[in-house]
Write a protein that binds this ligand. Structure first.
Ligand code: GDD
Ligand code: MN
Length: 368
């Protein structure tokens, strides 16, 4: 029988945890093929959540309690995962909130997707059938929806709709790989860090709809301002899409700088200066993308993998130059030349960036 450990982080959830645990074990009895365990990770809650769990242990032999310091949600989960892996040999772990926002009735639906081959199953509030609480204040709804949209666009991983949600089933190998990475993220942003790392490691992700219920007892521990700052910082430092855009910008300056040196200082002919500077910018873009933007799928360290890909890169780059040249001339012909720089920016933003990002991912830095 495969073993699944539900890891439940708690901080002041006394009223909730004593209702949730019986619900989980009731449901677990009905699940075949899986042995369900529960590990509560309590940050020394002053409201004695820990004592309540301790009193339930004799009744539920598959219930465990781990006491940790109050160092945030991410830290609690990381410690819980580590404890589960070292002591309980799980096939997979669940993340689930203690405050009954996540319905234990959904557990079999997560397991079904794992049985079908998913490595991570995300309970999503933003796909068809999923929802956020109707009673949430407008600002909270906006915060949640916009927050997720920012992450989606920032990573350009549009197929995942819920990046921050905390109801998930995750295979142990994914957690083991990610432990070293996620231990750096102590707050709620660890959810994004874990998913990002798993995707880069090739995990197969599946979403199922969940209806997130508002908590009835106690209050949320989330610090929205801190969360937003952490999300932006994380995306900025880890999104291959943003890195790719930064590389493009660097390429622009390299190109410009070298043309200037050749044409103005060395008095070379304009076309020679342009040819050299463009090719140097293409080479620097290629290397920066390979070792930085797409480092997790970088090319094999062999000449025969570099050469064909470098040629493809040159072709894609020549395509960009062609699209820009023709596009801007057409725009100027139809709309007049006063605003040529606006057209240039629009062409880069809406055609060149998507065009090259798509082709790089499709033909050069392919998913492993
Ligand atoms: N041990 C421990 N230590 N548990 C914590 C801590 C901590 O420092 N902070 C929060 N928790 C526990 C809570 O007791 C609860 O069981 C769970 O983590 C979620 O915390 P809530 O305070 O209820 O957060 P929320 O409802 O605002 O956040 C939910 O939605 C977020 C995305 O919008 C959660 O599902 C988050 O995981 C999710 O990121
Ligand atoms: Mn909650």
């Amino acid at each position: 029988m495969r073993r699944a450990i539900l890891v439940i982080p708690t901080y002041n959830e006394a009223g909730n945890i004593e209702r949730l645990i019986p619900l989980i074990f009731q449901k677990a009895k009905l699940i075949q093929n899986w042995e369900i365990h529960v590990l509560v990770v309590d940050s020394k809650s002053p409201d004695k959540t820990g004592d309540i769990v301790r009193k339930l242990i004799p009744k539920y032999p598959r219930l465990r309690l781990l006491m940790v310091e109050k160092e945030g949600l991410g830290k609690a989960y990381t410690q819980g995962f580590l404890y589960a892996i070292e002591n309980l040999s799980p096939y997979l772990v669940f993340e689930i909130d203690a405050d009954l926002s996540h319905d234990p009735k959904q557990i079999p639906n997560f397991l079904r997707q794992i049985e079908k081959g998913a490595d991570i199953v995300i309970g999503s509030r933003y796909i068809k059938g999923g929802s956020i609480p109707r009673e949430w204040a407008l600002y909270r709804k906006i915060f949640s929806i916009v927050g997720n949209l920012v992450v989606r666009l920032g990573f350009m991983q549009l197929y995942i709709s819920d990046w921050t949600g905390g109801y998930r089933a995750i295979k142990t190998w994914v957690i083991k790989n990610a432990l070293n990475h996620i231990k750096n993220y102590s707050g709620y942003v660890f959810q994004i860090a874990l998913l990002d790392y798993a995707i880069k490691g090739g995990a197969n992700i599946k979403e199922i709809p969940i209806q997130f219920a508002d908590r009835k007892i106690g209050k949320s521990k989330i610090n929205s301002t801190q969360f937003i700052i952490n999300i932006f910082t994380y995306i900025f430092l880890h999104s291959s899409f943003i890195k790719f855009a930064v590389v493009g910008l660097i390429g622009f300056f390299v190109d410009f700088g070298i043309s200037y040196v050749f044409i103005e200082k060395l008095k070379s002919t304009v076309w020679v200066g342009t040819l050299i500077s463009t090719e140097i910018a293409i080479i620097s873009n290629f290397l920066l993308n390979n070792f930085w933007s797409f480092y997790y799928k970088k090319l094999e360290n062999k000449f025969r993998s570099y050469l064909p890909n470098f040629i493809k890169f040159n072709i894609v780059s020549s395509g960009s130059i062609l699209i820009q040249t023709i596009g801007i001339q057409l725009a100027v012909n139809f709309l007049g030349r006063d605003l040529w720089y606006v057209y240039k920016i629009l062409i880069i933003a809406f055609i060149i960036i998507p065009y090259s990002y798509f082709l790089y991912n499709r033909f050069i830095w392919k998913e492993k």
